[in-house]
Every structure is written in structure tokens, then in C-alpha cells.
Write a protein that binds this ligand. Structure first.
Ligand SMILES: [Zn+2]
Length: 208
């Protein structure tokens, strides 16, 4: 297990997963969530177990949701007000039922959009402050950060590193930090397997 000076987890990358609690691009565990609609992947911060998000990806979703919320209220409220002003009951008014669904769903999406906006605000403040710092200050901040990303020979680590480096550079990271471990991990099961074959051959020779 080693620290990774090639990647500064305190330098802002909008396309990389970020933990709003740790205020850093920490390493993560990828959690697969299975539902009727298929699999979704969630990224959990290795330091605090909080879900991480990609600010660059969340921003258009947040904006899109706010537009949808606005439209659902602009259409839903007048649609519901007309039958309400006529004293109609929701059980007998199709327009009122549709308006109720529209406004209810709009409010639900509004909550999601509001939560996205809350975390994006944290990201904006942090990334703006980080961009004002010199590379040397950022390097020092990364070294002083309570969480230090560590090398680990896993696909989660590779996915994390590929957010900042090219595939070739990540390959070199594996050679530099994981070379010995990988060889050992792959080499260790081999001797028993060979030994088993030798035993089988020996047994066959004995039988003859
Ligand atoms: Zn965290």
C-alpha cells in the first residue's frame, strides 16, 4: 500500500467523482445496485462511506430537472385551479387528477434538484477556492489532507486513476506500485498446481 503522488486528489476535476464531505477526489468503492431497470453503479468514498458524484455530470441533470419542475407547475397549477374554482371534486375531475399528479411529481423532482443544487454549491465554492491556489499549495494541501489515496490492485482503483490519467499512464502506475504484488499474487497459486500435476504424473508412473 503506497500513496500516489502522480494524482492530486485536492485539485478540482469536474468529470471525476468528488466527496462533498471530505472535499477531495478520494478513492472509492464501486457498489452495484440491482433494480428492475437494470444495474446502476454507485461510488462510495473510501474515507467516509458517503456517496460521491461527478459535478460535471450532475449539473446538466440539475438544470434539466429545474426546467421540468417549472413546466410541471406552469401547466399543473392553472389546470387544477379551473376545476377547483368551479367547486369540482378530485374524484370527478380528470383535469384535477392530472394537475395533482403533475404538481406532485414536480415537487418530488424539485426535492431531488434542490439536493443536487445543494451539493453542487459546495463543489462550486471548493473548486473556485482550489483554482485560486498555486500548484505547490495544492500539492502541500494534498499531502496534509487527512485521507491519502493508496495504491491497490483492483478495478475500483483503476477506474479512479483513469479519471485523471490516460490508460497508458495508469498501466505504468500498476507497473510502478503493483508490479511486485501482482507477480506475487499470480505466482503464488502456481506452485501448488504444478505440484498437483507432478503428483498425478508420479501416481500414473507408480500405477504403471
Ligand atoms: Zn468522503
Amino acid at each position: 500500500m503506497k500513496n500516489i503522488p502522480e494524482i492530486n486528489h485536492c485539485a478540482p476535476h469536474p468529470k471525476a467523482y468528488w466527496c462533498s464531505d471530505c472535499k477531495a477526489h478520494n478513492t472509492f468503492d464501486i457498489v452495484v445496485m440491482e433494480s428492475r431497470n437494470g444495474k446502476t453503479f454507485k461510488y462510495r468514498c473510501k474515507a467516509c462511506d458517503f456517496w460521491m458524484f461527478r459535478p460535471g455530470e450532475t449539473l446538466p441533470w440539475k438544470n434539466g430537472l429545474f426546467v421540468f419542475v417549472g413546466l410541471s407547475f406552469v401547466v399543473g397549477v392553472p389546470l387544477g385551479l379551473i376545476p377547483l374554482s368551479n367547486g369540482e371534486h378530485i374524484d370527478h375531475s380528470r383535469a384535477l387528477q392530472i394537475a395533482g399528479i403533475l404538481v406532485g411529481f414536480g415537487a418530488f423532482c424539485g426535492l431531488i434538484a434542490w439536493s443536487m443544487a445543494h451539493y453542487l454549491k459546495k463543489w462550486s465554492a471548493w473548486s473556485f477556492a482550489q483554482r485560486m491556489k498555486s500548484p505547490e499549495d495544492l500539492r502541500q494541501e494534498a499531502l496534509d489532507h487527512p485521507f491519502q489515496p493508496e495504491y491497490d490492485n483492483s478495478t475500483d482503483f483503476t477506474d479512479w486513476a483513469e479519471q485523471f490519467l490516460t490508460s497508458e499512464e495508469v498501466e505504468r502506475l500498476h507497473e510502478k506500485y503493483g508490479g511486485g504484488e501482482t507477480v506475487q499474487e499470480q505466482a503464488s497459486p502456481a506452485p501448488p498446481a504444478e505440484a498437483e500435476i507432478q503428483i498425478v504424473i508420479k501416481n500414473m508412473e507408480d500405477d504403471e
